[in-house]
Ligand binder design. Structure first.
Ligand code: COA
Length: 226
């Protein structure tokens, strides 16, 4: 497994050096946020380590705490390796990039990992840098995770959310997630419905459904060809 990831990393680094523009690169998706800002989306690659560390620096202390449950301001080498060396099967991760900057800094990242105990359940986590929050990017990233989960026969995306992070717990509940609260944390399970009509008819549910419909054709095309 590790050898396969290392081989894939080397291949991706070679592919990256081809210097493609976003429109030429079939693995880069371009989307408009609710305010019209254009962002790029793609699967995480090994070369994203520095981008992920820089993204950590662009987060407020509250967002860092809500995402990582600690006050640490930097990710360790071990964490960076874990976050960037993903197989896109049991550990799926996607990153959103700033399309207006040639270096394409990271704007947000979302991932899930299949749990050992229940292979149809995956634990997910996501974060968007503060300057880009509340513009629909979190919804797009969650839509990507949802579709990737569906393609990998994962039935439940589970989020562990701190009790004080009511913005996120309320949001996930308005998408139909349900769960329990223990020792200051919510454990919220979002069922992956193949039939989108089962998503709740809340405003957030409608936004989520629209985001899924917008990203679905590109994600399916890209996932099948990868
Ligand atoms: C969770 C997070 C990724 C959402 O990113 P985002 O880009 O703001 O997401 P969206 O703009 O798509 O908003 C998603 C929902 O969050 C809620 N929300 C976002 N910003 C909000 C704000 N300022 N006030 C109230 N609700 C807000 C809304 O319910 C919104 O859904 P809606 O617009 O359909 O009503 C972002 O808030 C974040 O990075 N938080 C810190 C890390 C974290 O808590 N991660 C989750 C635990 S792993």
């Amino acid at each position: 497994m590790i050898q396969a990831i290392v081989r894939r990393c080397a291949l991706r680094l070679m592919t990256q050096s081809l210097d493609k523009t976003p429109h030429q690169d079939p693995k880069l998706l371009q989307f408009a946020l609710r305010d019209g800002t254009q962002v790029l989306l793609r699967a995480v690659i090994c070369d994203d380590r520095e981008r992920i560390q820089n993204g950590m620096a662009a987060l407020s202390s509250e967002s860092r705490y809500f995402r990582f449950f600690t006050s640490a301001t930097r990710l360790s080498d071990q964490q960076l390796r874990y976050f960037s060396e993903v197989d896109q099967q049991s550990h799926v991760a996607w990153i959103a990039l700033d399309s207006s900057d040639p270096k394409h800094p990271g704007l947000g990242i979302a991932r899930f990992t299949r749990t050992n105990e229940e292979p149809t359940v995956a634990e997910m986590a996501f974060v968007v840098i503060d300057a880009y929050q509340h513009r629909g990017l979190g919804t797009i990233l969650l839509a990507v995770l949802y579709l990737m989960a569906e393609a990998r026969r994962i039935q439940v995306l589970r989020a562990i959310v701190l009790g004080e992070n009511t913005k996120v717990s309320d949001w996930l509940c308005s998408l139909g997630a349900a769960g329990s609260y223990e020792r200051g944390e919510y454990r919220l399970d979002l069922t992956v419905h193949r039939d989108r009509a089962l998503l709740p008819r809340t405003p957030a549910g409608e936004n989520f459904r629209r985001a899924i419909e917008a990203v679905q054709p590109a994600i399916r095309r890209m996932d099948v060809s990868s």
